[in-house]
Design a protein around this ligand. Structure first.
Ligand code: NAP
Length: 252
């Protein structure tokens, strides 16, 4: 390994929703660059343990940390645990997210609230708890996983889209507040990425999506992990409050 390929050596990272999909790819990428990784999950411990193994195979320490991001007290307790065990938290990737599609006029209150609680409130709770440590340390990197649909809108996904658009506003506001403490806050807006979340789309919808991606392929979780790894690196020290599209050109 070259010096450069271990650019995150000594860094402590928490990735929410790190057990599967995009989150798993981010965990293993950060591990490959030398970071200690806390892999968050909420229900699927076996998947989180598998991600931990993949990280450890990169020669770093990694831990599964189960908590529901929409539970403010559980988030605070988890960040406290990380501080006790690792003395600091350098990198937070707010990746955990869910979607439940349906027509806006038929959307149930509980579905709306659940999506907001996890996708938006969860990112707020985690960022707030992490920021307290990062501000004291005068160093931090926060990346919020928004979505292309938060920029474009999308029929049939009103609560998901609203939560992802709100994450963009949260990113910019918090970036302004934390900049003086050397804490950067950015958002990534993935396009159509092959994970369990998009597996549920029917063949016709998948074909339609492929037709509007100029680069002509579905994105992979690694496409998102690579950009996230840049944003949390020292190379991105002058990048904050930015919304980075990783979508094959689907939205420009
Ligand atoms: P995924 O495969 O469905 O994985 C979701 C992850 O979030 C899992 O690790 C899951 O943990 C975790 N999670 C769900 N609810 C949670 C909660 N309340 N507390 C903690 N963790 C929770 O999703 P993905 O496709 O990788 O998406 C990851 C992120 O990218 C999401 O924010 C999503 O909105 C965003 N995104 C995805 C796409 C795409 O095309 N896939 C496009 C744009 C944006 P368990 O394993 O324990 O269930």
């Amino acid at each position: 390994m070259t010096q450069q390929s271990k650019s995150l050596s000594g860094r402590i990272a928490l990735v929410t929703g790190g057990s599967r999909g995009i989150g798993r790819a981010i965990c293993t990428k950060l591990a490959s660059l030398g970071a200690t990784v806390y892999v968050n999950y909420t229900s699927n411990q076996a998947a989180a343990d598998e991600t931990v193994k993949l990280c450890q195979a990169e020669g770093v320490q990694a831990y599964a940390i189960g908590f529901d991001v929409s539970d403010s007290a559980a988030v605070d307790a988890a960040i406290e645990r990380i501080q006790k065990e690792s003395t600091k938290l350098d990198i937070l990737v707010n990746n955990a997210g869910i979607s439940k599609d349906g027509l806006f006029v038929r959307m149930k209150d509980e579905d709306w609230q659940r999506i907001m609680n996890i996708n938006l409130n969860g990112a707020f709770y985690c960022a707030r708890a992490a920021a307290r440590l990062m501000m004291k340390a005068r160093y931090g990197r926060i990346v919020n996983m928004s979505s292309i649909v938060g920029e474009m809108g999308n029929a049939g996904q009103a609560p998901y889209v609203a939560s992802k658009a709100a994450l963009i506003g949260l990113t910019k506001s918090v970036a302004k507040e934390l900049a003086s403490r050397n804490v950067t806050v950015n958002a990534v807006t993935p396009g159509y990425i092959e994970t369990e979340m998009t597996d549920v789309l029917d063949a016709k919808r998948k074909e339609e999506l492929m037709g509007v991606i100029p680069l002509g392929r579905i994105g992979s979780p690694n496409d998102i992990a690579n950009v996230t790894a840049f944003l949390v690196s020292d190379d991105a020290s002058y990048v904050t409050g930015q919304i980075i599209g990783v979508n094959g050109g689907m939205y420009m």
